[in-house]
Design a protein around this ligand. Structure first.
Ligand code: NAD
Length: 497
């Protein structure tokens, strides 16, 4: 299957067969490709070429740059099923979610095409007579993109579509666990570039196949003015000071520990469905996965009973075959999940589920039943992001206690409340409520739309991507003052004669 898909997506066989670094599918552990990891010298050469490509691309008018992104969106529409299949094969998320990821790419292309005609600045009143002030936005330079395995294509597209219309070239270092999807996106973009014509320079977009060393090389290079990095908080802790040391800019999209407050007035049917999708979807490997359920003590038993029943009915298995839960990415993720569950048991928590599944059928793949862990307190274990389907359940007595529990974790990505009480709902999304970048009412914490800014606070890194006014992050702001008078007055009334 892999060869057919790669061929349709236009990826040359030599790119994914001739290397020495194996790529395996989490679905069954089988090898699906071999890529070559690039060394530091190769990364440096790519950065130099990206710089040249930027010089050419930044001169192309923005609405024309939008036309390239429109053509790329067309390629994605044509190959949605192929790319969705590849996402599923390489990172193990179920096919429906693979398709959803490609749809997000299409959506951001549409947004970016419109944005290419809306890269607007301000005019500002000047205190000096005969003077105009304004604010202009200019292309920034080569943009370095580092991405995680669990969303192998959409976050790249969020950045890439906007960065391209803003006049920048791209250097993408995907996760070493998912290089094939990156090669496929690059091949589709190259097709769009061929259709677009000579105005798009050859090295406008490049993929760096490599591990963290390649990422560090990109991070350290002063000719890459912006690094947008998606991944663990550990990675962000390493990347942020390195970029800051050379006065570069970064957009950090790091780990989450997303909570739901479930109030007694909530519609429990809706809440249980939302919990299921957001806690077990993508096998708990979304940055926005629901990890903490803070439920009112009066409904705790009822909710737990319903949840356990729903968890028991989940189909776990091959992500291409219509199941709801696919595999974990690898054995390391499985070991980590088990060690956390063991620790929880030793600390007195009640653990439901969490066992390995389908080990006989797939000895080299790691399927698990999603776990529910009932805890008395929010201790260090709960405050850590374990990238697996573990839902911690805690109860609360009054709303203030729920809010305190909710915000008392180091991460600040996504959050939600289920309630029919307008006071609780409005408080949750007020400045006194959730401290996260995303705060929802009566929907789960995952599954964001591209129109809004995506990202989170605290150890999630503070970055924002996707819609709203995020295009500004990929441009440099310039303040202009134009004197059209015959005098030279100084600001603040200063006399200098
Ligand atoms: P990871 O941190 O292991 O790797 C992410 C990327 O960073 C990879 O490309 C890796 O090669 C690179 N990298 C690692 N160390 C680096 C360094 N020192 N310098 C430069 N690059 C480096 O993450 P992962 O296991 O691939 O992904 C899961 C994590 O990503 C979870 O914590 C999840 O919450 C987070 N995530 C966050 C978002 C978000 O938008 N907030 C989205 C997806 C995933």
């Amino acid at each position: 299957m892999i060869d057919t898909v790669m061929q349709r997506l236009g990826v040359a066989e030599s790119l994914y067969r001739d290397g020495d670094y194996p790529v395996t599918s989490p679905s069954d552990g089988a090898e699906i490709g071999r890529v070559r990891l690039e060394d530091g010298k190769a990364v440096d050469a790519r950065i130099a070429r990206a710089r040249q490509a930027f010089e050419q691309w930044s001169r192309v008018p923005a609405p024309r740059r939008g036309e390239l992104v429109r053509l790329f969106g067309e390629q994605l529409r044509r190959h949605k099923e192929d790319l969705g299949t590849l996402v599923t094969l390489e990172c193990g998320k179920i096919y429906q979610e693979g398709l959803g990821e490609v749809q997000e790419m299409i959506d951001i292309c549409d947004l970016a095409v419109g944005q290419s005609r809306q890269l607007y600045g301000l005019t500002i009143a000047s205190e000096r007579p005969g003077h105009h002030m304004r604010e202009s936005w200019h292309p920034l330079g080569p943009i370095g993109l580092i991405t995680a395995f669990n969303f192998p294509v959409a976050p790249w597209a969020w950045n890439a579509a906007l960065a391209l219309v803003c006049g920048n070239s791209l250097l993408w270092k995907p996760s070493e666990k998912t290089p094939l999807t990156a090669l496929a996106c690059q091949a589709l973009l190259e097709r769009a570039m061929a259709e677009f014509g000579d105005e798009a320079p050859q090295d406008l977009s490049q993929v760096i196949i490599g591990d963290r060393e390649a990422g560090e090389r990109l991070t350290d290079d002063p000719s890459v003015p912006l690094i947008s990095a998606t991944g663990s908080t550990r990675m962000g802790r390493e990347v942020a000071p390195r970029v800051a040391a050379r006065f570069g800019r970064s957009i950090l999209e790091l780990g989450g520990n997303n909570g739901m407050i479930l109030a007694p007035s909530a519609d429990l049917d809706m809440a249980v469905r939302a919990i299921l999708f957001s806690a077990v979807g993508t096998a708990g490997q979304r940055c926005t996965t629901l990890r903490r359920l803070i439920v009112h003590e009066s409904i705790r038993d009822n909710v737990l009973e319903r949840l356990k029943k729903a968890y028991t009915g989940i189909s776990i298995g091959d992500p291409m075959e219509g199941n709801l839960v696919g595999p974990l990415i690898d054995s390391q993720a499985y070991d980590q999940m088990q060690s956390v569950l063991d620790r929880a048991r030793r600390q007195g928590a009640t653990v439901f589920g969490g066992e390995r599944q389908l080990a006989d059928a797939y000895p080299n793949a790691y399927y698990v039943s999603p776990a529910i862990v009932e805890v008395e307190h929010q201790d260090e274990l709960v405050k850590n992001e374990t990238f697996a389907p573990i839902l911690y359940v805690m109860s609360y007595r009054d709303f203030d206690e729920a809010m305190t529990l909710h915000n008392d974790v180091p991460q600040g990505l996504s959050s939600c409340i289920f309630t029919s009480d307008v006071r609780e709902a409005e408080t949750f999304i007020s400045d006194q409520g959730s401290d996260c970048g995303i705060a929802n009412v009566n929907i789960g914490p995952s599954g964001a739309e591209i129109g809004g800014a995506f990202g989170g606070e605290k150890e999630t890194g503070g970055g924002r991507e996707s819609g709203s006014d995020i295009w500004k992050s990929y441009m440099r702001r310039q303040t202009n003052t134009v004197n059209y008078s015959r005098e030279l007055p100084l600001a603040q009334g200063i006399k200098f004669d």
